[in-house]
Design a protein around this ligand. Structure first.
Ligand code: NAD
Length: 481
């Protein structure tokens, strides 16, 4: 199969012989496109191109980099409907969610266009007479990026934009399940005036292209988003190589949403249903553990079920769909497996969990809500990554906080309460990188740091001005005048 959508290496769209079919999860008869499956040779050529481009690109002025990023932002935003449609077609999130994600990618490029102009250093008096000290930031070098399937344009955007803004060259391997959005993004950035080789795209399998990227001696840093098990391999490979690579990992979550007796019921139900089930629950920040105080528990569960009866699970591109399909058969199998595990462990399936038939063949699953679960059950401890959530009943705030923190993950943590005392205490004591009060655990701004603690993240934060910690390296210079 000769793919029409090829890899970008040294500024040229070049094809390897192998290709894979990108299938629409809302309609498995619909082929979104055929995309190159890169080889180790492709990857090596991409790294060589990035290496050749680095000396000139790293010395461009902030104005030159600003112009490329701003132009890319303008085109992404001008084409957000079309890009959103492509995204929804290949990944299965609803069209409004797809357009929202494409818009976010455009906003990220606008933000980092501005960051090009804001990079600064420090001049510090030395403790020694006559000596001056300067602290400056330089690009890290060649940055390899490995991205997951659930945010096919936003995650490539929030890695590529800061990398380019701070003068790095890039080789990106997007998720092989959904390469279309990353391909479209890279095409836009390349045409925005980037010199050849600064940005390279090699699509294909993690075990082939991803592994070769991790092992390449000319790659200085790896930014990875994906599962914990792959993240561990990525970190190990980055440390094992010579030279060692700088590494940043964003991984899974089992995010708690605490609902206290004094919560506004409507606010809590909206936060829970949006956070747990929208985007088909396929978000690292999904509110998959609902920790609910006894006094509000029954009213909350009843209201969630009523709200869930009103959602429409259907084709992602259809008007009126509120939840799209699961991304593919293997993720659907995983969701069904966990629904069975939760049942076997004694959880009560209070709503949903059934496969649904729609006009076209697709991976349609009714959102599943479990009650009568404990925090010790596997459904509370392991990331399902689908529209499956469970309720754990607690007696008071102290128990809620302890259970919220009793997890190996630490990405996002939420509380619904009208009490300033509990909200303030929770913000200080939640063991997570992001804390939400009266909001779903998912849904974040694009201009502030994103990331977690414990098993969810490793290394510096992504996004906002904090992204510079990963994409630059600090130099301290001493001068005797
Ligand atoms: P995954 O770990 O299976 O794959 C992620 C990427 O790693 C893919 O591009 C894959 O091809 C690549 N890969 C796989 N094996 C590799 C190897 N041996 N060497 C190098 N690369 C390899 O994850 P996924 O299923 O695509 O994504 C879902 C996961 O991502 C969930 O756990 C989710 O929570 C997480 N996620 C985290 C965040 C965050 O910011 N914390 C955001 C989105 C998704």
């Amino acid at each position: 199969m000769n793919a029409p959508f090829k890899n970008l290496i040294a500024g040229e769209w070049t094809g390897s012989q192998n290709a894979s079919r990108n299938i629409n999860p809302s309609n498995t008869n619909d082929v979104v496109g055929e995309y190159s499956q890169g080889s180790v040779d492709d990857l090596n050529n991409a790294v060589a191109a990035a290496k050749a481009a680095f000396p000139a690109w790293s010395r461009t002025t902030p104005q030159e980099r600003y112009e490329v990023l701003k132009k890319a932002s303008d085109e992404i935003l001008a084409r957000k409907e079309e890009l959103g449609k492509l995204l929804s077609r290949e990944e299965g999130k609803t069209l409004p969610e797809g357009i929202g994600e494409a818009t976010r990618a455009g906003q990220i490029f606008a933000f980092f266009a501005g960051e090009c102009l804001r990079l600064n250093g420090e001049s510090i008096p030395s403790v020694r007479p006559g000596v001056g000290v300067e602290v400056t930031r330089e690009p890290v070098g060649i940055v390899g990026m490995i991205t997951p399937w659930n945010f096919p344009i936003a995650i490539p955007a929030w890695k590529i934009a800061p990398a380019l803004a701070y003068g790095n060259c890039v080789v990106i391997k997007p998720a092989d399940l959904v390469p279309g959005s990353a391909w479209a993004l890279v095409d836009i950035i390349q045409r925005a005036g980037l010199p050849k080789g600064v940005l390279n795209l090699v699509m294909g399998r993690g075990s082939v292209v991803g592994q070769a990227l991790l092992e390449h001696k000319d790659v200085h840093a790896i930014s990875f988003t994906g599962s914990v098990s792959t993240g561990r391999k990525v970190a190990a490979a980055c440390i094992a190589g010579n030279p060692m690579k700088k590494v940043q990992l964003e991984m899974g979550g089992k995010n708690p949403l605490v609902v206290l007796d004094d919560a506004d019921l409507k606010v809590a139900v909206e936060a829970a249903v949006q956070g747990a089930f929208f985007s088909t629950g396929q978000r690292c920040t999904a509110s998959s553990r609902l920790i609910v105080q006894a006094g509000i528990h029954d009213r909350f569960v009843e209201a969630c079920i009523e709200r869930l009866k009103g959602v429409t699970v259907d084709d992602a591109l259809k008007a009126g769909t509120t939840i799209g399909p699961v991304v593919d058969q293997s993720q659907l199998d995983q969701n069904l497996k966990y629904i069975q595990i939760a049942r076997d462990e004694g959880g009560k399936l209070a709503f949903g969990g059934e496969l649904l038939n729609r006009d076209n063949p697709g991976f349609y699953l009714q959102p599943a809500l479990f009650t009568e679960t404990t925090n010790a059950m596997r459904i509370s401890r392991e990331e399902v990554f689908g529209p499956v959530a469970n309720v754990v009943r607690v007696k008071d705030y102290e128990e809620a906080l302890a259970i919220a923190n009793d997890t190996e993950f630490g990405l996002s943590s939420g509380i619904c309460t009208t009490s300033l005392k509990y909200a303030t205490h929770f913000k200080r004591n939640a063991e997570a990188g992001m804390v939400m009060v009266n909001l779903a655990t998912a849904g974040v701004d694009y201009h502030v740091p994103f990331g977690g603690r414990k098993g969810s993240s490793y290394g510096p934060r992504e996004q906002g001005a904090y992204a510079r910690e990963f994409y630059t390296t600090v130099k301290t210079s001493y001068t005797l005048a």
